[in-house]
Design a protein around this ligand. Structure first.
Ligand code: FEO
Ligand code: CA
Ligand code: CA
Ligand code: CA
Length: 672
């Protein structure tokens, strides 16, 4: 079966020096703290020692709501133990229920889900897609009602053909021939927007038959905005003017804007296309567009809707007459207004083109530029941030501010400092750096289409697969998961990526100079090196202690990350291969972490084969939503089944990705 990510190696070479690396970083904690100018925040009592009032004010921006109080949580639950059960686990006193599994009807004629995979492509266009990933909850209204009803936006990263279709793809002579199968596969990608509400009698969350409900798929028309709009790289037969493109693909993580829209991010899009051009143009080659066939062979079905996935230039044609540029319409951050169901999604090209994991805003400050952090999840790729030209005005700012600004890439120095390097065609230093490497760009559109190449020439730091980021709403400190890196050679480590290879991953955090998110310099440290007891470390409060992980919290391959309105850092894991199926970590999990004390505790475990990804709560924190993606995709098969899991339906049912709704039985804050 197809694993969407780069393979995770199963064997780790024991390296006794990892804890030393963290200890060294801890020793330099004073320097780290010195990076902030607000003395009150940088006191000896800890980085996050802020007043409750300040916390409450800042947290108002965290989840689209004003938190009146930000109680310090005790995390008093009993940690969930490592297990390989085919059921989800939460601590005693909590309840977890599956919700919105793949196939749930949400719009149109609400076609019922058929469990044997025989729903049509047209059905799938009205049902929840497969492989849930990033997700956000938009309260339907301010105040208490927002805790009971909201719009849930859920990404559908990729598909599993053996569960989606009755018997997997039909092939004749090795080629796809059945159009409706491919129509269904394209429809199972994208985003679901669905109004949900909590039924006060049953206390269960349900789908509302709402005008907001919408499926956005791999075929939905979208607009290209920003510097790449209208440029020669995005002219196609479908859009000779280079202003439109069909669909969004491989929507991994996400973001949400201060003006209440949803961002969905295109990650491993390159594999959906094929180009037999020789040589491959750099804007395809640097992202790994294959030259034999697309990952699902969609290009083999006759018709413009499918042939577009073959980007091989047609002899004698211009770019406006074929699909050589179709892949250039992908690799972007896409903005969707969930409250405007007829709006056309916008590909915001100023934020760069790469394997976008997600896009996370720093807290918005009126009168200051807006700042968005982003990771490029591939081995040895980079961390980026985008700074808007516009200064934030809560009454006026909208998504158009994302079309004009400066894209930066991060360089992490071994001394704990860091620098943001502009990828800006208007910047003479940037053009000189490119020229020195023998690379030339002809415009900012060229720079953005080739973002990885631009980052290469300025000397950005190659990271261990940057996944999710989270920005603390009070301190503005940024956390990012580096999930693992099988490709880092032992001799190619640096202080920010200290293991070569890195099978278990780590979490780095940084603070921008002067606590200004748009600063050009920052100070960083490693918050946790994930792994087993013998090979892990956590940076505790004050930088003194360097404890290892233990049975209550050991984890590997961190991926999803979110700091909620109470300052809790939620960590989700995405192990695969033998690390998932035979390692000491059990099924993938979700943990809570206290960024201040370094406390980490396992709160939730998923089912065999799945990753845990996507996390958000209602404003009250009393309902928490997380996703299980690709349950049953790998691992030991259930007796009599083709899969290792039958979650959530049980028996011999085919497994389905779904949302997990978590509540505390006494009605309290989840995780408290
Ligand atoms: Fe789709 Fe990087 O996880
Ligand atoms: Ca994954
Ligand atoms: Ca991910
Ligand atoms: Ca991952």
């Amino acid at each position: 079966m197809l694993d969407n990510d780069a393979d995770t190696p199963s064997n780790s070479s024991e390296n006794p020096h990892f804890a030393e690396v963290v200890a060294r970083r801890a020793a330099s904690r004073r320097d780290f703290l010195a990076g902030g100018t607000a003395a009150g925040l940088a006191g000896a009592v800890g980085l996050f020692a802020v007043t409750e009032e300040a916390t409450a004010q800042a947290l108002g921006q965290g989840n689209g709501v004003a938190a009146r109080r930000a109680p310090r949580l005790e995390y008093a639950f009993s940690p969930v133990q490592v297990n390989r059960l085919d059921q989800v686990s939460v601590p005693p006193g909590y309840t977890a229920r599956a919700f919105l599994p793949w196939g749930t009807p949400i719009t149109g004629s609400y076609p019922p889900f058929v469990p044997d995979g025989s729903n049509t492509g047209a059905d799938q266009e009205q049902q929840v897609g497969q492989h849930h990933d990033g997700m956000h909850y938009f309260p339907i209204a301010p105040g208490m009602i927002g805790n009971r009803a909201g719009l849930l936006c859920v990404n559908h990263e990729y598909i599993q053909q053996d569960t989606l279709l009755p018997n997997g793809p039909t092939l004749a002579g090795g080629r796809r021939t059945v159009e409706d199968e491919v129509r269904k596969e394209i429809a199972a990608h994208g985003v679901s927007v669905v109004e949900i509400f909590r039924d006060e009698r049953s206390r269960e969350w349900k789908v509302a038959r709402s005008r907001y409900n919408r499926r956005i798929t791999g075929a939905t028309p979208m607009e290209i905005t920003g510097p790449v709009r209208g440029s020669r790289w995005v002219q196609t037969k479908y859009s000779p003017t280079g202003t439109r493109v069909r669909g969004t693909l491989n929507n991994c993580a996400h973001g949400y804007t201060p003006w209440g829209t949803y961002l969905t991010c295109e990650e491993n899009w390159a594999g959906y296309f094929v180009s037999k051009a020789t040589p491959l143009p750099r804007e395809l080659a640097r992202f790994g567009v294959p030259n034999t066939n697309g990952r699902y062979r969609w290009e083999e079905i006759p018709g413009d809707a499918y042939e577009r996935f073959d980007a091989t230039p047609v002899a004698g044609a211009t770019a406006a007459q074929d699909y050589r540029n179709e892949p250039n319409g992908f690799g972007w951050v896409v903005e969707i207004d969930p409250f405007a169901p007829r709006s056309v999604p916008k590909k915001r090209t100023a934020l760069g083109r790469f394997a976008h994991e997600g896009a996370w805003f720093a807290p918005a400050v009126p009168g200051r530029p807006l700042v968005v952090y982003m990771g490029d999840d591939s081995q040895n790729e980079y961390i980026y941030k985008f700074v808007t030209r516009e200064r934030y005005n809560p009454a006026r700012t909208n998504g158009d501010c994302l079309d004009d600004g400066v894209l930066y890439v991060a360089r992490f120095a071994d001394d704990g400092s860091g620098e943001w390097l502009a990828l800006d065609y208007a910047d003479a230093d940037f053009r000189a750096a490119a020229a020195a490497r023998g690379v030339s760009f002809e415009s900012q559109a060229d720079v953005l289409v080739n973002t990885r190449l631009a980052a290469d020439v300025v000397g950005a730091t190659k990271m261990d697969r940057p996944e999710w980021a989270a920005v603390h709403p009070v301190t503005r400190e940024v956390y990012i998961t580096l999930t693992n890196n099988a490709a880092r050679a032992a001799g190619a480590t640096d202080a920010a990526n200290p293991r070569g290879p890195n099978p278990f991953g780590h979490i780095v955090r940084w603070r921008e100079l002067g606590q200004r998110s748009d600063a050009r310099r920052f100070n960083w440290e490693i918050f946790v090196l994930a792994g087993p007891e013998s090979d892990s470390a956590v940076l505790g409060a004050g930088g003194g202690a360097v404890p290892a992980l233990d049975a209550s919290n050991r984890f590997a391959s961190p991926d999803g990350l979110w700091i909620d309105q109470f300052g809790t850092l939620w960590i989700q894991t995405d192990m695969s291969g033998s690390q998932l199926n035979a390692g000491p970590f059990g099924n993938n999990a979700m943990l809570v972490a206290d960024p201040d004390t370094g406390l980490i505790k396992r709160f939730f475990t998923g089912v065999p084969g799945c990753e845990v990804t996507g996390v958000v709560s209602t404003p009250s924190g009393r309902t928490l939503f997380a996703n299980l993606q690709h349950p049953g995709e790998q691992g030991a098969l259930l007796p009599g089944s083709k899969w290792s899991s039958s979650w959530p339906d049980g028996g011999l049912a085919r497994p389905r990705s779904a949302v997990v709704v978590m509540t505390k039985d006494d009605g309290g804050i989840v995780g408290s």
